[in-house]
Design a protein around this ligand. Structure first.
Ligand SMILES: NC(=O)c1ccc[n+]([C@@H]2O[C@H](COP(=O)([O-])OP(=O)(O)OC[C@H]3O[C@@H](n4cnc5c(N)ncnc54)[C@H](OP(=O)(O)O)[C@@H]3O)[C@@H](O)[C@H]2O)c1
Length: 339
């Protein structure tokens, strides 16, 4: 039995792509990890363990007996840190479950996309210590129990003593963790990149194949330009999360493909099989995080008395997709966005 009161014990809430990848890396580095997840995912982990691979060619395998797997948060735990890795729509429910099971003041780091998950968690469970985080890379479930990191980058989080105490563990696990006094700018920088999620999901193509088509890149550039204009009016300077400053990414995206391929070589360091997780959500008929991405741009615009019509149209397109589940080719996507 693991000692969950030992310094460094981590609870993963939401054992999916991100939860299994981050928790698996930590466990492989001898940080005791408890995974809380759904029966479907846990059954696969019990049957064949957890295999983590990445685009650098690394492969790590954790046998089932090295994993501590739970459908409910076990009673009596006092983890040093909770990594919250459920989709945005599941945050409030997960927060309530954490509050019911864990001591007041337990730090919970949201590893979710979007801007508001730590705030949503705090509202649902004010007794826990809510911290915002950011995962820059893509993780896909290639098969049950097999999770693949398809892109690169360092984790980011708001600075906190609980995270400083674990920074060396994260580093040892191959998960460098950068701490920031204010994560807002980093979250907006990531959100700008995540505006590709709906473009990718609606294209029906793998990420790399989709990014190699100029028309889809033009759709993404238009969504980003609109968001950048709103951010400028709001006085928010998004941080650089990719190889280029955010203001220069749309120009890069709009280049003809042969030039883009040359100049964006680092951005295109993506496994051919990598997809956005929104594509998986649409394929499985699950709720998407469109409201936490384009929806945030629309809300920020509205708060300033402005509009963000392209991002609003993207919210509508993704929301309507289950009624007419047909992939959009470039021409159809441009027409739907009014480009
Ligand atoms: N995947 C990526 O590449 C990536 C990269 C960066 C950031 N992110 C962000 O990370 C977050 C998680 O994404 P993901 O792709 O890892 O999602 P995911 O694969 O769907 O994993 C989330 C898992 O948590 C489970 N869950 C939900 N509520 C739960 C609860 N109360 N108790 C236990 N398990 C619960 C879900 O089950 P159900 O399906 O039954 O709800 C699902 O199995 C999202 O905000 C996403 O935007 C993802």
């Amino acid at each position: 039995m693991q000692n969950t009161r030992a310094p460094g014990a981590v609870l993963v809430m939401g054992a999916g792509a991100i939860g299994c990848y981050l928790g698996g890396c930590l466990q492989a580095a001898d940080v005791p990890v408890r995974f809380v997840g759904r029966a479907r995912v846990l059954a696969a982990l019990r049957a064949q363990g957890l295999t983590l691979t990445d685009l650098d060619g690394q492969s790590r395998a954790l046998s089932a007996d090295m994993l501590s797997l739970h459908e409910q948060i076990p009673a009596g735990l006092a983890p040093s840190l909770v990594l919250l890795a459920v989709k945005s729509g599941a945050t409030a429910e997960a927060a309530a479950a954490l509050a019911a099971a864990l001591p007041a003041g337990t730090p919970v780091l949201s590893m979710q996309n979007g801007l508001s998950n730590a705030d949503v968690g705090r509202a649902a469970a004010p007794g826990l210590r809510w911290l915002a985080g950011m995962v820059p890379f893509n993780v896909a479930e290639l098969a049950p129990g097999r999770f693949h990191r398809g892109t690169t980058g360092a984790l980011a989080a708001q600075d906190d003593p609980a995270l400083r105490a674990l920074q060396a563990d994260f580093e040892r696990a191959g998960l460098p963790l950068q701490l920031h006094a204010d994560l807002r700018a980093v979250q907006w920088g990531k959100l700008l990149l995540n505006l590709n999620n709906p473009v990718n999901a609606l294209s029906g193509q793998a990420l790399r194949a989709q990014l190699m088509q100029r028309g889809y890149r033009q759709c993404l550039a238009a969504l980003q330009i609109e968001a950048l204009q709103v951010l400028k009016r709001a006085g928010i300077a998004p941080a650089q999360v990719a190889a280029l400053p955010p203001q220069r990414v749309p120009g890069l995206l709009r280049l003809p493909t042969p030039l883009f391929r040359l100049i964006a070589a680092r951005m295109l360091r993506i496994d051919p099989q990598a997809r956005s997780s929104m594509a998986d959500d649409l394929a499985r008929g699950r709720a998407t995080e469109i409201d936490a991405l384009c929806g945030e741009v629309v809300r920020l615009a509205e708060s300033l008395g402005l509009q963000a019509p392209l991002n609003a149209r993207m919210v509508a397109l993704v929301t309507a997709w289950p009624q007419r589940p047909v992939a959009l080719d470039v021409r159809a996507m441009k027409a739907a966005l009014g480009l």
